[in-house]
Design a binder for this molecule. Structure first.
Ligand code: THU
Length: 141
């Protein structure tokens, strides 16, 4: 039986993904790894743009990748790391919290978010980072 990826596996996947970041403007590389109930891991890095405001965060690219591969739920855990993890603890930006929440809500899960930093790995539920989230159900009349 395949289980959800464990914490260390997910963090290692996020660190590897950060190596592929396209961040020539901020020079701040980020890697994200989404862990699913069936053991799948979907990774991504931030993708910046010469029109700075159009840059995409690693978590957002990862959700888009996963959904474009047909995944619609089972999101159990997410690891997010800045660079090689030797900097301050990285918590997902507000937009990424909302983007992650869409995929989580589709599958009825409240994923653990591993926020990696030099001196700690914060382990927080998405609902803690984004309480009272707006989502697919919010549109029902
Ligand atoms: N970034 C992410 O990839 N994820 C976050 O949650 C925060 C910020 C990226 C966006 C930009 O490419 C760089 O980090 C600096 O803000």
């Amino acid at each position: 039986m395949t289980g959800a990826p464990d914490r260390e596996e997910l963090i290692a996947a996020a660190q590897a993904a950060a190596l592929l970041a396209y961040a020539p403007y901020s020079h701040f590389t980020v890697g994200a790894a989404l862990g699913f109930a069936d053991g799948r891991i979907v990774t991504a890095a931030n993708v910046e743009n010469a029109s700075y405001g159009l840059s995409l965060c690693a978590e957002t690219v990862a959700v888009a990748k996963a959904m474009a591969e047909g995944l619609r739920g089972g999101l159990q855990a997410v690891a997010v790391v800045g660079g090689d993890g030797s900097g301050p603890t990285l918590t997902p930006c507000g937009r990424c919290r909302q983007v992650l929440s869409e995929l989580a809500q589709l599958g009825g899960t409240d994923p653990l978010i591993y926020c990696v930093g030099e001196s700690e790995v914060l382990e927080l539920r998405l609902s803690h980072l984004l309480p009272l989230a707006f989502g697919p159900d919010s549109l029902e009349k």
